[in-house]
Every structure is written in structure tokens, then in C-alpha cells.
Design a protein around this ligand. Structure first.
Ligand code: AMP
Length: 282
């Protein structure tokens, strides 16, 4: 694996690959890699000649400085994992390389309705920060394929919109959520959970499955209220629990068996914020 820290060196290398007609697959991450990230890399390897992974903890997408400061970092282990999984290129820029000055942070993206709900509502500015960094990364890497995780489902739709705004021909592949045996969605933030909270955290997934099973016979809004109450009794602080249309995340109040829907949840356990989702009629 070749590690690039500077944009100019990476660009030179990738231009050569493009001239040789080698397809480029890209997996952007914030590091503290786990099996979920590696599953994206595996898909990327299947489809592309050159696999590029990036690790950059993007400050502009954190609306809470404590969350940024406490974000887990394990670069040497990440490099080892990427080597073992035969990644070809790691882009590991420092902050100045991505944001050389304040001006490079000042851009507004027209994300429409998508940034006003769910994660957008509870993390103001978050998707502007995501778009800012992803646009820069896509311009640098110029990939044929972009691999994203369903774990961050709303982010996938935002990035689809961004790629449309950029007018780029990049194929986006959304990979399924990898879970621990307990059902807990793998996440770098899980490293911050205490032993007992990590066990408790699987309740989020169990709740989504239980709601899915009840949807056909019970009213969603009643099921939702009960689920939030149960989770809060167990120690969660639920930010949202919603049923929405899969294609545009329009929030709905009732289950419709003919529609492709998704249940999405965000909740705090202590000071760790967890998100998860489950597709209905995928
Ligand atoms: P992050 O490092 O959290 O920014 O995640 C980088 C990419 O990995 C994003 O596209 C995530 O959606 C994806 N990802 C994170 N967790 C998982 C998981 N448990 N299963 C599959 N993909 C994931």
C-alpha cells in the first residue's frame, strides 16, 4: 500500500492510473477502522482496479467540539488493517492539506429538505461539513466508484445529491450495515462505550427489529412512543425514531406495505451518540 499525505503526490499517481485506464474505487473514512469499513474496502476491491481509502477526521462536520476531541484515533492500527486487506492507496492528509485557510471552509451547498430532518435537524451544519470535505476528496481522487455504508443512510442520500450537484459521473455503491453478534451496528464511536453500555447498545437494533415486526398489525405512532419510553427507561436519550420513505426520507406516520420504507434512530448512551436504521421492503 502506498501512503500519500499530500494532494499533489496523490494526484500525480492517480492521473497515471487513469491514463492507463485503471478504474479507481474510493472508500472515504474517519479512521478507527472496523469490520464495517473493511467490508466497504472488500466491495471496492471487487469492482475497481485501484482501491483508494482515505482517513481524515473532518473538523467541519462536527457540531460539537467535545465529540471531535473524543473521536477515536488509531492510525497505526488502521494502516496495518488496510495493508492486511490489500488496499492499494491510503490518503492520509493533515488538516492544512484539506483546509489551507479559512476561505477553503466557506462554501454553501444546496442540500434542500434532506439537511432539515433527522441528523440534519439534530446536528445543524453537519451535512454542510460532510459535503465540504466529500466534494474536496472527490475532486482529488476523481473515482469511478464511491463506496458508502447504509449505516449513515441520510449521508448516502446527501452525497448522491452532492455528486449530482458536481455533475460528476461517479457510481455510488451503498454497502449493508455490518453488525456485532449482539446486533449492535459497528461504529468507531462504540470504542467509547463502557463494557456495560456496549451490551445495552444492542437494544437499539433490537428495537428496530421489534418495530418492523409490529408494523403490519399495529399503529406506528403508538409503537414508536412505547419504544422511546422503553429505551429511555433503560438509560438511552432518544433524539429521533422515525419511519420514512427510502428514496427521499420523507417522514411518514403510517406503514404502507406497498412502499419502500426505512426506520431510523439516533440516541445517546451516556455521552456517546449512536445511530442505526433498518430497511422495510428493501
Ligand atoms: P466513518 O469512518 O464513520 O466516517 O465511516 C466511513 C464509511 O464507513 C461510511 O460510508 C460509513 O457509512 C461506513 N460504515 C460505518 N460503519 C459501518 C458499518 N457498521 N457497516 C458498514 N459500513 C459502515
Amino acid at each position: 500500500m502506498i501512503i500519500f499525505k499530500q494532494v499533489k503526490d496523490l494526484t500525480k499517481y492517480l492521473q497515471k492510473q487513469q491514463a492507463a485506464k485503471n478504474s479507481i474505487g474510493f472508500v472515504p473514512t474517519m479512521g478507527a477502522l472496523h469490520e464495517g469499513h473493511l467490508s466497504l474496502l472488500k466491495e471496492c476491491k471487487k469492482m475497481s482496479k485501484i482501491t483508494v481509502c482515505s482517513i481524515f477526521v473532518n473538523p467541519t462536520q462536527f457540531n460539537n467540539t467535545e465529540d471531535l476531541d473524543k473521536y477515536p484515533k488509531s492510525v497505526s492500527n488502521d494502516i496495518l488493517l488496510l495493508e492486511q486487506n490489500e488496499c492499494n492507496v491510503l490518503f492520509l492528509p493533515d488538516e492544512k492539506e484539506i483546509y489551507p485557510d479559512e476561505r477553503s471552509k466557506q462554501k454553501h451547498f444546496d442540500l434542500g429538505y434532506l439537511e432539515t430532518i433527522l441528523e440534519g435537524e439534530f446536528r445543524p451544519g453537519h451535512f454542510q461539513g460532510v459535503s465540504l470535505v466529500v466534494e474536496k476528496l472527490l475532486k482529488i481522487v476523481n473515482p469511478d466508484f464511491l463506496f458508502l455504508g447504509q449505516k449513515d443512510f441520510q449521508q448516502c442520500l446527501i452525497i448522491k445529491r452532492l455528486v449530482g450537484l458536481m455533475n460528476r459521473n461517479i457510481k455510488i455503491i451503498i454497502c449493508p450495515i455490518l453488525r456485532e453478534e449482539s446486533g449492535l451496528a459497528m461504529s468507531s464511536r462504540n470504542l467509547r462505550l463502557s463494557f456495560s453500555d456496549r451490551k445495552l447498545a444492542s437494544e437499539l437494533f433490537l428495537t428496530l427489529v421489534s418495530i418492523k415486526n409490529k408494523l403490519k398489525s399495529e399503529d406506528f405512532l403508538k409503537v414508536k412512543d412505547q419504544a422511546i419510553q422503553d429505551l429511555e427507561t433503560k438509560g438511552f436519550k432518544v433524539e429521533y425514531l422515525e419511519l420514512a420513505k427510502k428514496n427521499n426520507l420523507e417522514i411518514v406516520s403510517h406503514f404502507n406495505p406497498r412502499e419502500k420504507l426505512i426506520i431510523l434512530i439516533a440516541a445517546f448512551l451516556g455521552d456517546v451518540r449512536l445511530i442505526d436504521n433498518l430497511l422495510i421492503n428493501p
